[in-house]
Design a protein around this ligand. Sequence first.
Ligand code: FES
Ligand code: FES
Length: 384
Amino acid sequence: MNTVNLTVNDRLIQRDVEGRTHLADLLRDDLLLTGTHVGCEHGICGACTVLMDGRPVRSCITYAAACSDHRISTIESFDDEPLMARLRDAFSEEHALQCGYCTPGMLITARDIVIRYAGRQPAERTIREELSGNLCRCTGYAGIVKAVQKVLAAVTDEPALLPAAAAVVLPTIAAQDFDATSLEAPEAGRARGALKSEQSGARRRIESRFGLTHEPEAVWHLIRNDIKAVVACLPGARLENVGSDGEVTGVIEVRLGPILTRIDGQGGLEYDDVRRRGQVDGEGVDSRSASRATGSVEFVVGDGEDGTTDMQVALEFELTGALAQFSRGALVDDVVQVMLDQFRANLDRQLSGGEVAATAQLNPMRLFLSALARRLRRWFGGGR
Ligand code: FES
Ligand code: FES
């Protein structure tokens, strides 16, 4: 048991909680603040969104024990707030809800958007991207977007609607072009294994560097002579055909909690033997969700220390359709990191002449849980 002291809706609370108790459970089951809804319990749907120290967090993946000395605000705390009252009216006027299950989380996210973008007129696409962490299965998003636009316009005319302490900050993701040459000039001091990720509009670029215990020549030899075996080292990925002209077809399957994606794709593969680098550009379709993915993978096989390999990989992708909801955010980076960790281990095993069969047996739940565990370790300061 852990004793936590937290301020919930301006009331100081002390509770003994188990290490595994989620904030959502504490709020709903113990404090009876049932306005916080629980949908997926995987951090995906956003129904459980509350504010911690004024910032939106998922209460279903936030441990109560990690909230000691923090300030939590649930939907109930906004009953008398003018800004939230305006949002409630706008949701109602624009028919932005149907069953209402997603609405508490939507309202908290919408309030956060209005505060951060106050005084500006963000594009509809920007509002949709900001809302992409909150899923509504009833209404579609047109009414919700209109409600947010309406309240943004209202606060321009009536700035007093904004809460006094609201810090108006720029969005954290700046639109910028990616540097296509970044793989050749890695950022100095960036540690191996660390992930660097950037979002530009709907496009996400994730770069990683990691070491392999084998010599670069051996790694490059395998890539050039058995690319199918290399791709099979990535959990859930399979190259089905490699044409003599570099045309490739393949599949990647990933399951995140309740969501299974299977993207069948095709693309082109290019090598540069002198610089030991390669690139695959392609596109694919997930027919279950009618989503489309476009993207590329670049890789460079560099010299590491003592005859080892320093490998750099950059993924750049854009998802459209239903899957676009899951293409951004720290959890995506964590899942990619777990997949790359497994890829590195499998590639080392492959280069040693070991079995790679395990890579075909991607355990999706373990993948998801280990991504989650990595994030929790980071929150509790026990690892990267
Ligand atoms: S219940 Fe927390 S994000 Fe879905
Ligand atoms: S109104 Fe039903 S889930 Fe959004």
